[in-house]
Design a binder for this molecule. Sequence first.
Ligand SMILES: [Zn+2]
Length: 286
Amino acid sequence: MKYYLVFLYIFTASFLFNLTISKQQENLFDQSKRLTHAIIHGEVHGNGTLPIEDKNSYLLVELRLSRDDRPRSIARNKIKFNNNNNNNNNITTQSFTLQFKLKYPLSKISPHNSYILSAKILNNQNKLIYIGDLHVPITERKNEQAKYLVINVIKTPSWYNNIDKLSLLAYKVTQWGGTEEAFTSELYTNKKSGIYTCVVCNSTLFSSKHKYNSGTGWPSFYQVAIEGNVATNIDRKYGMTRTEVHCAKCKAHLGHVFDDGPQPTYMRYCINGVALQFYSDENEMK
Ligand SMILES: [Zn+2]
């Protein structure tokens, strides 16, 4: 984890916007009573132009599961930029410092899951301006925690607006980790040669070269097109342990991978067709 944070710090230094979160956990109750909640005390620092003239712009800090239950936060806090009651917040057009507290119930923290502290800055129409994610080690029920964590906050990526344009099914699959019905995707029987990209961010994920008929009803591949563009996570939903597959770039859920595929990899990437966009080689020639 330490190595990861060092890497993250170096990585972050190349971006304009850094958020430093000083974090400590405190016991809300008497030592004699059971510890039920913890608080993250944070301070967010950044440099850049913020819509401070807009009274309803705000920073949203959320603690949530790192992957497939993405929209479900364990705790969230909204901090308005123009909050006169909070004198600790210092904002100019060049930089900002925002303090926040995030209280979360320890009952919702499982040692089997990993968590993310995410920061978003939104304007009065809830349009995203900046985002940042940080994996946080909060599974231990201890007071000792990392004191300084760095969130990597970047300008809203270009693909972010594509999420709004998805069909309801594509949204449920890619953003909520859902599954389309078997045999419903045209891409299941697609035998044309070409590439399959992410429906959200257009990153190249799979190739027709590795596609095969698995008989399952979902587009299946025995390997990914470009190593590193597809990432995995352990999924323990529904009492099963499976390996979830998502787009490394935009985190869109794609499907699952199993080890009952054909030669030479013996892998079966079982992918929702609705999470993919197909580009045939023929079209590219034109
Ligand atoms: Zn993607």
